[in-house]
Ligand binder design. Sequence first.
Ligand SMILES: NC(=O)c1ccc[n+]([C@@H]2O[C@H](COP(=O)([O-])OP(=O)(O)OC[C@H]3O[C@@H](n4cnc5c(N)ncnc54)[C@H](O)[C@@H]3O)[C@@H](O)[C@H]2O)c1
Length: 262
Amino acid sequence: MDTSCVVTGAARGIGRGIAERMVARGHRVVITDVDEVGVARTAAEIGAVEGVVQDVRDADSHRAVAEAASRHGVLTAWFNNAGIGDDGMLAELTDEQVRRLVDINLMGVLWGSRAALDAFEPSGGDIVNTASLSGLGPVPGLSVYAATKAAVVSVTESLAAEVPKGVRVHALCPDGVATQLVADMRDDGLAKALVHSGGRMLGVDEVADEAVALVGSRRIVRTLPAWRGGLMRVSALAPALVVRGSGVFAAQGRRAMRKSSS
Ligand SMILES: NC(=O)c1ccc[n+]([C@@H]2O[C@H](COP(=O)([O-])OP(=O)(O)OC[C@H]3O[C@@H](n4cnc5c(N)ncnc54)[C@H](O)[C@@H]3O)[C@@H](O)[C@H]2O)c1
């Protein structure tokens, strides 16, 4: 019997990496993206069965995507991956940026999860949310983005305990990944420096591998790399340390940025 899956925000970056792997695993993969040209091109390049133009802010669009996937096979996995990474302090962002971050990064995940839960067969399935390490502790310069990702981790953990047997819900929390999302951050901003403070940016391949490995597993939250996940959780327990220490991490990140560009 054919199985299908959905990957949102898959025209490029981590989503594309996830979709490629799910195609290789033999699933009939529906990819979606707000980038009309990109989603069609990527679908053709990676062998996805459909490239759907979708804005994840639209709840109805998720139901249509779920119906499309179910026509291709039994829906077994849904990756809520689409996201934006506007950086800047809360006071600096425009009202529109704040709204977009919440609507895409959080509401998009809620709408997608509801559509997936409705479309899964009694045999169940997996929902994998691309959250972020920033969702586990304070990240000055990226406060709204981090808040949306914290909410994604929170809803993942609650939902994992709400869903019927056979359904599993996961959140992947990677550190900085070398994608367009980070490239688009301000070069002189605090966020870009902190994202680089781990010393090495993750690659799409290793992040996509971890996302796909969550399918079928009992793991609910996966941090990548684990040591940075531990650091973020400690900083969440002692946020006053971040008030004093973020300058040190930012300096470390700027050194790593200079090293990688030289
Ligand atoms: N790059 C990182 O450092 C990093 C770290 C942790 C988590 N993440 C998360 O990984 C996910 C993928 O990001 P990426 O790094 O591959 O970035 P990316 O910018 O390369 O890819 C994001 C994709 O989402 C699409 N998208 C944006 N808004 C959309 C919308 N409203 N509806 C549908 N699609 C939309 C974009 O067109 C793009 O193709 C995001 O949720 C991001 O927050 C990224």
